[in-house]
Design a protein around this ligand. Structure first.
Ligand code: C2E
Ligand code: CA
Ligand code: CA
Ligand code: CA
Length: 276
């Protein structure tokens, strides 16, 4: 029998209601995740390529639900849509600073703690106060904290963003550009903002041994960074041959499964002790 248009329409709206309901449930649970302390940070070491020394860690958010660990790709977009990323991001900054202080007190060598920032944190939050409070609560030097920005934040040269970044510079917090090379092609912001480091996106690293263009891009980025006196870190390094290719470009630092996966704090601490 031929489906009437009306029935098809009803089916469609019902299907939409289900997914809306699911979204609402997820949204509600995400709200509670903060209060119920279901959010945890994992830490992934960053190494100096020449010496193999650990120079920092990147804090990566995880949501621990009774059903298992939810990766950020599954809930950060929703947290951004709902604005929940603002309190969540503030928690990430506080928790990362607290952990950095714990590791210093435990006698581990000083290193930088890198934290990811969402664009919304620049517009909706008083980021300066959030960062300043987190640093002073942990009595952590500003230079121990590195904020990973995306090109999408820098491209909107809203006065407010510019002012916030300048103030971060003045405070002594380090700034890096995440996923470098995947965003906008304008490099003008490198002149306008004082950043300290470029994070070469893992898509270039993945293809560095198989694709001449990717290798050329990485070489060009490292050279440009070096003339601008910026550090470079390659992310997503998985094989020895990728590491060798990166070494040949003069890239400063590396991060990836070849060295260590993102780990819970206790496991990361054991790793850091082993390397110290
Ligand atoms: P990202 O900042 O580019 O982080 C790197 C991602 O690559 C992480 O995924 C990490 O686990 C993964 N990775 C690390 N080494 C390797 C490797 O060798 N191979 C491969 N294939 N992957 C590797 P993760 O933890 O799932 O995070 C995904 C994204 O979620 C992050 O990408 C970042 O954009 C976002 N994110 C994570 N934590 C936060 C946070 O606290 N705040 C905000 N705003 N975003 C976050
Ligand atoms: Ca990052
Ligand atoms: Ca990245
Ligand atoms: Ca990424």
């Amino acid at each position: 029998a031929k489906q009437s248009g009306r029935n098809a329409y009803r089916f469609f709206t019902e299907a939409m209601n289900v997914s809306t309901l699911e979204r609402l449930t997820l949204q509600q649970r995400l709200h509670q995740a903060l209060e119920r302390q279901e959010l945890v940070l994992y830490y992934q070491p960053q190494l100096d390529l020449a010496s193999g020394r650990v120079v920092g860690v990147e804090a990566l958010l995880r949501w621990r639900t009774p059903e298992g660990l939810v990766p950020p790709g599954k809930f950060i977009p929703l947290a951004e849509e709902t604005g929940l990323i603002v309190p969540m991001g503030a928690w990430v900054i506080q928790e990362a600073c607290r952990q950095a202080r714990t590791w210093l007190d435990a006698g581990l060598p000083p290193m930088t703690m890198a934290v990811n920032l969402s664009a919304l944190q620049f517009h909706r939050d008083n980021l300066l106060i959030t960062v300043g409070d987190a640093l002073s609560a942990a009595s952590l030097p500003a230079a121990s904290l590195e904020l990973e920005l995306t090109e999408s934040i820098l491209i909107q040269d809203a006065e407010a963003t510019l002012a916030t970044l300048k103030a971060m510079n003045a405070m002594g917090v380090l700034l890096s550009i995440d996923d470098f090379g995947t965003g906008y092609s304008s490099l003008a912001y490198l002149k306008r903002f004082t950043v300290d480091k470029l994070k070469i996106d893992q898509s270039f690293v993945r293809d560095i041994t198989s694709d001449g263009d990717s290798a050329a891009i990485v070489r060009a980025v490292v050279q440009m960074a070096s003339s601008l006196k910026l550090k470079t870190i390659a992310e997503g390094v998985e094989t020895e041959s990728q590491a060798a290719a990166l070494r040949a470009t003069g890239c400063d630092e590396v991060q990836g499964y070849l060295y260590a996966r993102p780990m819970p704090a206790a496991e990361c601490e054991a790793y850091l002790r082993g390397k110290a």
